[in-house]
Design a protein around this ligand. Structure first.
Ligand code: F6P
Length: 328
């Protein structure tokens, strides 16, 4: 083994996601299990630069598995994007005698780790934590399942009122650059149309599709709109276009927003996060660095950070087909 690891730092960075606490808990307890010290770093890379560290033991992470958010708190750190910021961060790690890091977050978190590793030799393992599910090489990201359930239960409620009033409801879900959440939640909630950033259906086709729904006997429609969708300037613009071009329907907009990021993590997210937390320590002990630990076909895998964040988000074409067929 190249590295002699005695003390591990763990942080969460970027947008929080339900299950991050379960992941931290598993990292801490797995460290203790392997007789390693573990230090919590607060507010992601911000806390790394400010030296905001706290020693954690197995009891420090009690009563957390069921809690959303991240008790270590999170941030998006502009300073860590600078050489100077990363230098301060490294010096703080040296001073605290932390000799390995586990970073939990999304593509911004992994990009930060890549820049850090180009300059400093310290093992870093990443865990995918984002509700967006936009990381390559892993079937799921921590928080995605909980967010899906949150979205579906919100749309179930919206469906009741949409149906009672014969309305079209546009529901915006998160996912800046990725339509995974919209697509799966759309299928799961029986949406008539799903708009995602990976596929611009255009305003005309959208209205055509809603007209077809009406002809086929539907009295109300749910359109799930991913935050990053490019059909209109924004969801309100799309709503206005529909109202002007499809007579006989009232259109309403619901933006689900940060409701999707909070809440009690689902069992699936808790188990997934626990597996990944334990696997992160295993990976460090095997001498790995510069990789994300994820899950592929139910097997734990290590994926280089550069591959995990590479290119545009790929959407599951099979799911697109299922959405098309089941929404007629
Ligand atoms: O990346 C996770 C995410 O929740 C995106 O879906 C969303 O676009 C973004 O974060 C919102 O970020 P913020 O909480 O900083 O506004």
């Amino acid at each position: 083994m190249k590295y002699n690891i005695k003390k591990i730092g763990v942080l969460t960075s970027g947008g929080d996601s339900p299950g991050m606490n379960a992941a931290i808990r598993a990292v801490v307890r797995s460290s203790v299990y392997h007789n390693l010290e573990c230090v919590g770093i607060y507010r992601g890379y911000e806390g790394l630069i400010e030296g905001d560290f706290k020693a954690l033991n197995a009891r420090s992470v009690k009563n957390l598995i069921n809690r959303g958010g991240t008790f270590l708190k999170s941030a998006r750190s502009p300073e860590f994007r600078t050489k100077e910021g990363r230098k301060i961060a490294f010096n703080n790690l040296k001073e605290a005698e932390i000799d390995a890091l586990v970073v939990i977050g999304g593509d911004g978190t992994f990009s930060g780790a890549i820049a850090f590793l180009e300059e400093y030799d310290i093992p870093v393992i990443g865990l995918p934590g984002t509700i967006d599910n936009d990381i390559n090489g892993t079937d799921y990201t921590i928080g995605y399942d909980t967010a899906l359930n949150t979205v579906v239960s919100a749309i179930d409620k919206i469906r009741d009122t949409a149906h009672s009033h014969n309305r079209i409801f546009l529901v915006e879900v998160m996912g800046r650059d990725a339509g995974d959440l919209a697509l799966s939640a759309g299928i799961g909630s029986g949406a008539e149309v799903i708009l995602i950033p990976e596929q611009n259906m255009g305003r005309e086709r959208l209205v055509e599709s809603l007209k077809r729904n009406k002809k086929s006997g539907k009295t109300s429609s749910i359109v799930v709109v991913s935050e990053g969708d490019k059909v209109g300037k924004n969801i309100f613009d799309v709503a206005e276009y529909i109202e002007n071009n499809l007579k006989g329907y009232e259109v309403r907009v619901t933006v689900l927003g940060h409701v999707q990021r909070g809440g009690t993590p689902s069992c699936r997210d808790r188990v997934f996060a626990s597996r990944l937390g334990v696997s992160a320590i295993d990976a460090l002990l095997r001498g790995e660095t510069n990789v994300m630990v994820g899950i592929n076909n139910n097997k734990i895998v290590s994926v280089p950070f550069t591959d995990a964040i590479k290119g545009d988000n790929e959407i599951d074409t099979d799911l697109l087909r299922v959405a098309d067929i089941t929404s007629i």
